[in-house]
Ligand binder design. Structure first.
Ligand SMILES: Nc1ncnc2c1ncn2[C@@H]1O[C@H](COP(=O)(O)OP(=O)(O)OP(=O)(O)O)[C@@H](O)[C@H]1O
Ligand SMILES: [Mg+2]
Length: 372
């Protein structure tokens, strides 16, 4: 039990207070005393004790009225109240419970019983507080999930609409359509389908990461074996926009502690962004290097629009489609970098970006190298 629990004793008889002090001695409680109801209400409101021991018969406001007022004030209503009564009078006990008390103790006090009841109610109160915090977190998580679902549903609607309208045109006009037109509609359908698959793959990735189901196992791998094939593949794609991809590596190998598939996914995302957000005829530079601290760093630098400082803060969030838009009609879900960040974290690596508006952007990703 926490050593900082504060117990407020409310009693007008100094003798009783003395006995209770003795009962609670050596328990590490912080003890507060009020000699009447009014004083008790004041202390409760300002000091927020964890528990109140409340005498029933007191001059002025009696224990019952004090309890009623404690329970009607939002500042004090959650503090557990234990009544103290000399009377073994059942009607008093019932009245106490009806007013919101959690328990009672009878005089003369039995030290161990008093202690046991106090400890029970303090730990119940502690659990209740934890539940309140967890409940708040659950409400927040549920809100996040709803928002996530809303955005995902919205992003699914556009490609679905495109598929539906292309299919409807074919349904109605198939007899009179030219082959070219038919091909155009089929291409619309397959593009929109690809878009949907990308979105769904991303959503499934996020789900796997967030539910702890993504399979990442780290081993020593030469990062060049992952990076080089990707560069080749993106060179072909970049050609369509007349973008040249330069690749620099001074060593023959770059062993790092990573998961091969995950690393591929990370670099794929970063290179695809560099090509996707670069204007035509620009250059993309990819560099891999060994750092002084023995980690392996990969840099992907483009000469695109750049990202403002304000937008850089949102870069690794879910569904963040920022000011730069794809320059060659590519598709964008706004999920790539969110996934990248999660995957890099899971591999104990680092990812960050340096960018200035109008100057292009460089993404850095770093993993633990072969330190031996
Ligand atoms: N190299 C870059 N240059 C300029 N803007 C970028 C660059 N990389 C990302 N962005 C901006 O950040 C946003 C988020 O990027 P992210 O990779 O998360 O999603 P996406 O590329 O839109 O979709 P996806 O990666 O799922 O295809 C992009 O929409 C774009 O506005
Ligand atoms: Mg992307």
């Amino acid at each position: 039990m926490s050593s900082h629990n504060t117990v407020l004793i409310v009693d007008d008889t100094p003798e009783n207070i003395g006995v209770l002090f003795e009962c609670l001695a050596h328990q590490n409680f912080h003890i507060l005393v009020a000699e009447n109801g009014k004083n008790a209400l004041d202390i409760a409101e300002h000091k927020h004790p964890d528990l109140i021991l409340l005498d029933i018969m007191m001059p002025g406001i009696d224990g019952f009225e004090t309890c009623r007022q404690l329970k009607s004030n939002t500042e004090t209503q959650d503090i557990p109240v234990i009544f103290m009564t000399a009377l073994s009078d059942t009607s008093n006990k019932i009245k106490g419970f009806q007013l919101g008390a959690v328990d009672y103790i009878t005089k003369p006090f039995q030290q161990y019983e008093v202690l046991a009841r106090i400890k029970t109610h303090l730990s119940l109160r502690q659990l209740q507080k934890q539940l309140e915090v967890q409940n708040e977190q659950l409400i927040q998580l549920n809100q996040d999930k709803n928002e996530f679902l809303g955005i995902a549903a919205h992003d699914i609607k556009n490609p679905l609409g495109a598929i539906q309208s292309a299919a409807e045109v074919i349904e109605i006009d198939y007899d009179t359509m030219s082959k070219t037109d038919l091909l155009k509609r089929a291409t619309n359908i397959s593009n929109a389908t690809r878009q949907l698959f990308t979105l769904i793959d991303n959503l499934l990735d996020i789900n796997a990461i967030e539910s702890g189901k993504s399979k990442i196992s780290l081993s020593m791998i030469d990062m060049l074996t992952v990076l080089e094939p990707l560069v080749m593949r993106y060179r072909l794609q970049a050609k369509k926009k007349n973008i040249v991809i330069q690749f620099q590596a001074s060593e023959t190998q770059y062993p790092a502690f990573v998961d091969e598939n995950t690393l591929t996914q990370i670099l794929d995302n970063l290179i695809s962004n560099a090509v996707k957000y670069s204007p035509y005829d620009k250059q993309v530079d990819i560099r891999i290097s060994l750092q002084d601290n023995k980690s392996i760093r990969c840099e992907i630098q483009d000469n695109g629009l750049g990202i403002s400082a304000l937008e850089q803060e949102k870069l690794f969030q879910k569904f963040s489609k920022l000011t730069p838009r794809p320059t060659g009609g590519e598709h964008s879900t706004g999920l790539g970098l969110f996934i990248v960040k999660k995957l890099v974290d899971a591999m104990k690596g680092k990812v960050w970006c340096e960018s200035e508006e109008g100057e292009g952007t460089t993404f850095f990703v770093e993993f633990l190298g072969d330190a031996v």
